[in-house]
Design a protein around this ligand. Structure first.
Ligand code: FES
Length: 83
């Protein structure tokens, strides 16, 4: 492992070069938040096209499948009211 980031207050380990979506999935996190109509946000396309993997980085929503893991970053679920 090369480091950890925080997801909803819990430490998640990541490997070098890994995206947030990959690290969360490997850690058993399959729900990344809630979309406006109440459906689960999760990894779907994996290439930044569907917007189904949005997470909140403290300032904005961003695609977890495109976001490289960085030591110490803090992320939370994207809620239905974030968009
Ligand atoms: S999974 Fe589709 S944009 Fe990330």
């Amino acid at each position: 492992m090369s480091g950890t980031f925080t997801w909803n207050g819990a430490a998640v380990p990541f490997r070098p070069g890994e995206t947030v979506a990959s690290a969360l999935t490997r850690a058993g996190v399959l729900r990344f938040g809630t979309a406006p109509l109440g459906q689960a946000r999760a990894l779907f396309c994996g290439i930044g096209q569907c917007q189904n993997c949005l997470v909140h980085d403290g300032t904005r929503l961003t695609e977890a499948c495109l976001l490289p893991c960085r030591e110490g970053m803090t992320l939370t679920e994207a809620g239905a009211r974030d968009e």
